[in-house]
Design a binder for this molecule. Structure first.
Ligand code: ADP
Ligand code: MG
Ligand code: ZN
Length: 476
C-alpha cells in the first residue's frame, strides 16, 4: 500500500460586523424575531435595487490587506444563480471573475514549525436566510433575517497537509478578523464558518486527488475530527481499489462521521454573470492607503513584540496574543505593575480558567487588569501569600472588588511578624513530639510537615518564609 499525503484547502465565510446589511439598511443583529430584520430589498421585491454598504467594503479590504493580498482596484459583483427557499432572489450576489482581492498568504505555526499558507482570493458576498425544519410540527420555516448579511469568503490554496495545519490556519485567520474588529468570530452563531476540501494522494505525487467538500463544521474541534475522519475514509477507499466521488458531505456531529449530501456542483452550474444592478466596485488609491495605515498591530506582530519586550516563553506569548482582549488586558496589567512573567502566569492559569467558566472575554470581566496587577503586587510584597491569592481569585473575579480592600475587609493580610508567629510555631512543635524527635534524628524532610501545620493553624496567613526560619531555629 502506498503512503498517502492529505491535501486540504479551506473556504471560510466571515460575517462582517457592520450594523446594517450589505445592500440595504436592515439591521444585522443576531437572534431577532424571525423576518423582523427585512425590507423590500433583502426580501427581493420586484423593482428594488441594491446599494452597496461602504463600511463592508472597508472591512473586506482591511482583511485583504492584513493577509497580504493584492487588492483589485476594480472588482465586479456577480449573480450566482440557484434556487432555495432561503434565497428569495434565486441568486446570491457574490464576486466571481473579478474578486476584491487575490494572492495573499498567512503564516501558521504547527508543532514548532512554521509554514506559509497561500490565500487564493477574498471576495465579498451576501448571506442567505435560514430554513428551520421542525420535526415536531412536520413543517419547514424560512427566516430571512440573515439575507443580505455582509460576508467575505476567504479561499485558501490547497496548502495544508493535515487537520492540525487546517485548525492552525483557521485560528490564525479568526484571530486577525477579531483583531481588526471586523468580525466577532463566533463559530456557534455562524459568524465564522468554514468548508473543508479534503483529498489524499500518494506521497510524492504532484497532481491533486479527487476532493470532497465538508460542511457543517461549527467548531475547531469538529473541523479537526471531520478532516481526520475524511482523510481516513479516502485512504480506506483507495486501498480497496475504489474511486473517490467528488461530492459535498455533511459532518454528523453525534456519530462523528461524514455523510454524502449532494453531488458537487461546478461553477458553470451557477450561471454566473455580472449583476446589472450594481456598478463595478472601484477603489480609490487614497482609500487603500488610509485603510492600510489604520490596520492595528496584528496578532503575529504582537506575539513577536511580547517575546522581545517581555521576555515571555513562546507558548505564553502566543496564548496571550491570540485574543486581542487578553493581550490588551496583559499590557494594561504590566503597565500597572511591571512583572510580565508573573502577570502572564496569573492570567494564563487563574484568569483564563475563570473567563472560560464564565464564558466571557477579558474585556467584559469585572476584575480589571489593574486589580490583577494589584493582586500580584500584594503577593510579591508579602502582604498575602500566593496560596491566599489563589483562594480569593474567584471572588475577586466575580465581584471586581479591589484586592487591597478585599484582603483588609476579610482580615487576610499575611502574618510576617515573628512574635505573632512564634506562638503558633511553639504550639505546633509541642503537639508533634514524635515528628520533632524524628526531625532531630536526621529526617529534615519533615520541615515541610511543620510548615504545613503552621500554615493550617494560621489559616494560610502565615508568611511561609518567616515560618521556615522560625522552625529551623527552634528545631535546631
Ligand atoms: P468551489 O469549492 O466553490 O468549487 P474552488 O474550486 O475555488 O471552489 O475550490 C475551493 C477550495 O478547494 C479551495 O480552498 C482549494 O484550495 C480547495 N481544493 C481544490 N482542489 C482540491 C483538492 N484536490 N484537494 C483539496 N483541496 C482542494
Ligand atoms: Mg466550495
Ligand atoms: Zn433589508
Amino acid at each position: 500500500m502506498p503512503e498517502y499525503e492529505a491535501v486540504i484547502g479551506l473556504e471560510v465565510h466571515a460575517q462582517l460586523r457592520t450594523k446594517t446589511k450589505i445592500f440595504c439598511a436592515c439591521s444585522t443583529a443576531f437572534g431577532q424575531e424571525p423576518n423582523s430584520n427585512t425590507c423590500p430589498v433583502c426580501t427581493a421585491m420586484p423593482g428594488t435595487l441594491p446599494v452597496l454598504n461602504r463600511l463592508a467594503v472597508e472591512y473586506a479590504a482591511k482583511m485583504a490587506l492584513a493577509v497580504d493580498c493584492t487588492i483589485n482596484r476594480r472588482s465586479v459583483f456577480a449573480r450566482k444563480n440557484y434556487f432555495y427557499p432561503d434565497l428569495p432572489k434565486a441568486y446570491q450576489i457574490s464576486q466571481y471573475e473579478a474578486p476584491l482581492a487575490e494572492h495573499g498568504r498567512l503564516r501558521i505555526q504547527v508543532d514548532g514549525h512554521e509554514k506559509v499558507i497561500g490565500i487564493t482570493r477574498i471576495h465579498m458576498e451576501e448571506d442567505a436566510g435560514k430554513s428551520i425544519h421542525s420535526a415536531a410540527e412536520n413543517k419547514s420555516f424560512v427566516d430571512l433575517n440573515r439575507c443580505g448579511t455582509p460576508l467575505i469568503e476567504i479561499v485558501s490554496e490547497p496548502d495544508m497537509r493535515g487537520a492540525d495545519e487546517a485548525v492552525a490556519y483557521l485560528k490564525a485567520l479568526r484571530s486577525i478578523l477579531v483583531y481588526l474588529e471586523i468580525c466577532d468570530g463566533n463559530m456557534e452563531e455562524g459568524s465564522f464558518r468554514c468548508d473543508a476540501n479534503v483529498s489524499v494522494r500518494p506521497k510524492g505525487e504532484q497532481t491533486l486527488g479527487t476532493r470532497t467538500e465538508l460542511k457543517n463544521l461549527n467548531s475547531f474541534r469538529h473541523v479537526h475530527k471531520a478532516i481526520e475522519y475524511e482523510i481516513a475514509r479516502h485512504i480506506d477507499l483507495l486501498d480497496d481499489g475504489e474511486r473517490i466521488v467528488q461530492e459535498t458531505r455533511l459532518y454528523d456531529v453525534d456519530k462523528g462521521v461524514t455523510v454524502s449530501m449532494r453531488g458537487k456542483e461546478e461553477a458553470h452550474d451557477y450561471r454566473y454573470f455580472p449583476d446589472p444592478d450594481l456598478l463595478p466596485l472601484t477603489l480609490e488609491q487614497t482609500w487603500l492607503i488610509k485603510w492600510s495605515e489604520e490596520l492595528p498591530e496584528l496578532p503575529q506582530a504582537r506575539e513577536a513584540r511580547f517575546l522581545r519586550d517581555y521576555d515571555l516563553p513562546e507558548a505564553a506569548a502566543q496564548a496571550l496574543t491570540a485574543e486581542k482582549d487578553l493581550a490588551e488586558y496583559f499590557e494594561t496589567a504590566v503597565a500597572a505593575y511591571p512583572e510580565p512573567k508573573k502577570i502572564a502566569n496569573w492570567m494564563l492559569s487563574e484568569l483564563l480558567r475563570e473567563l472560560n467558566l464564565a464564558r466571557i472575554s477579558a474585556r467584559a470581566c469585572a476584575m480589571t487588569a489593574t486589580h490583577l496587577a494589584d493582586l500580584v503586587r500584594l503577593i510579591d510584597s508579602g502582604r498575602i501569600s500566593g496560596k491566599i491569592g489563589k483562594q480569593i481569585f474567584a471572588e475577586l473575579f466575580a465581584t471586581g472588588e479591589a484586592p487591597e480592600e478585599f484582603i483588609k475587609r476579610k482580615g487576610l493580610v499575611q502574618i510576617s511578624d515573628t512574635s505573632a508567629l512564634e506562638a503558633v510555631v511553639d504550639k505546633v512543635i509541642a503537639a508533634s513530639p514524635a515528628e520533632v524527635e524524628a526531625y532531630k534524628g536526621g529526617k529534615t524532610k519533615l520541615l515541610g510537615f511543620f510548615v504545613g501545620q503552621v500554615m493550617r493553624e494560621s489559616k494560610g496567613q502565615a508568611n511561609p518564609g518567616v515560618v521556615n526560619d522560625l522552625l529551623k531555629a527552634k528545631l535546631g
